[in-house]
Design a protein around this ligand. Structure first.
Ligand code: HEM
Length: 393
């Protein structure tokens, strides 16, 4: 009998052994004492992500329906309208055109000082500042407010897959109120002055015609969603990538020998690491899978991290391979909620990797790594590393 509870610290520390057992022995599993169900095989998670009618997002995508930022927690037709209004600046082409140069600059500015600097905490100096800076610049938020942004983002994420501890929930709710008030002020000030800048908030304020635009409340919720969906996830991808490269010197050597493999490496890090480990849905009808029926109105955990290590889909799923082709992982979800920020996250990871390849000969873990206490968002919160400089000639 598999005994799995996603909040169990043993599984939070290393979820993969339990996922392997769930996939093999109990692919439709109900968590004792919590009531919700877990789907762990690639085909089942993929199916549920694509079937938004049966697997609804409207009651939230975490274990408990705690808050409801727009877009990610909506079903069609609301979702269709909101998504249409925010798609343009996030297309791969728009992101490449607008952000490639700036993201490369930031990657160099944050990575290069760490090379040859002895032991550094890569989370503090690299993996969190880059995504938070990019999102603040994208929104047009003063970079002097970055620490507050980071604090809100942490508190909001802790409330997702951290603890269902009432104190944590209160802090998450408080952070939501604070960040909402902050954004409301930013938006009102922009409206008041007609300050038309070249940033996302101005674009959202000016966007669309009549009914086809977002109101201030929707804009504030969307900005909060970017903060939650785009910050910690990218930090976790960067941290996971550094840890994985340190643990796999042959992969690092292959990348240094052929830097054109960087995009393939980013895809493999996304699959192997799965920064968003799981998402939740609510069933709108009975669903029968592998002979077990999940009743309507059940909460279902879609274990993305498990799907991405399913040997039924991926050869040698626990190995990091740069030649995986196709690499159709579910790290960014699938279906109508497919990650809006995927092109940006890919760009950030690629830029960091390229600077590392150009500057660093070896990545070594140099102390205790501390992981986030969160079963939905996996990544290091403390990552002592030594980046040895590449000697030229
Ligand atoms: C490695 C980094 C990232 C990962 C692993 C990730 C993962 C995901 C996943 C799995 C979903 C699907 C949620 C669902 O189906 O319920 C999603 C949605 C979303 N992501 Fe990302 N994300 C990342 C980075 C970003 C960034 C950088 C942004 C924005 C700047 C962003 C914005 C969004 C938004 C707005 C949605 C909701 C889309 C919708 O509901 O239509 N994400 N993300």
């Amino acid at each position: 009998m598999v005994d799995y509870d996603p909040f169990d610290p043993v599984h939070v520390a290393d979820p993969y052994p339990a996922f392997a057992r769930l996939r093999d022995e109990s692919p439709v599993y109900q968590v004792p004492g919590r009531g919700y169900w877990v789907l762990s095989r690639f085909d089942d998670v993929h199916m549920a992500l694509r079937d938004h009618e049966t697997f609804s997002s409207a009651k939230g995508v975490g274990p408990e329906p705690i808050w409801a930022p727009a877009l990610i927690t909506t079903d069609p037709p609301v979702h269709t309208r909101l998504r249409r209004l925010v798609t343009k600046p996030f297309t791969p082409r728009a992101i490449e055109a607008t952000w490639t140069e700036r993201v490369s600059e930031l990657a160099a500015a944050f990575v290069e000082p760490l090379v040859g600097a002895g032991v550094v905490d890569a989370v503090e100096s690299l993996t969190w500042p880059i995504p938070v800076q990019v999102i603040a610049e994208m929104l047009g938020i003063p970079t002097s407010d970055l620490d507050a942004f980071k604090h809100w983002s942490d508190e909001l994420c802790n409330g997702i897959g951290g603890h269902l501890d009432p104190k944590m929930m209160e802090r998450t709710a408080a952070a939501y109120v604070e960040v909402y008030a902050y954004l409301e002020e930013v938006i009102a000030a922009r409206r008041g002055t007609g300050d038309d800048r070249d940033d996302l908030i101005s674009r959202l304020l000016g966007g669309g015609d009549g009914d086809e635009s977002l109101d201030d409340r929707e804009i504030a919720h969307f900005c909060i969603l970017l903060l939650i969906a785009g910050n910690e996830t990218t930090t976790n991808l960067l941290g996971g990538m550094l840890l994985t490269l340190a643990a796999n010197p042959a992969v690092w050597s292959a990348l240094c020998a052929d830097p054109s493999l960087a995009p393939a490496a980013v895809e493999e890090m996304l699959r192997f690491w799965s920064p968003t480990q799981a998402l939740f849905r609510q069933t709108t009808a009975d669903v029968t899978l592998h002979g077990t029926t999940i009743p309507a109105d059940s909460r279902v955990m879609l274990a993305i991290a498990s799907a991405n290590r399913d040997g039924r889909r991926f050869d040698a799923p626990d190995e990091v391979r740069l030649d995986r082709d196709p690499n159709d992982h579910l790290a960014f979800g699938n279906g109508i909620h497919l990650c809006l920020g995927a092109p940006l996250a890919r760009l950030e990871a690629r830029a960091v990797l390229e600077v590392l390849i150009a500057s660093t000969s070896e990545i070594t873990v140099a102390g205790d790594v501390r992981m986030a206490d969160n079963f939905m968002l996996r990544g290091p919160v403390k990552l002592p590393l030594v980046l040895a400089p590449r000697t030229s000639g």
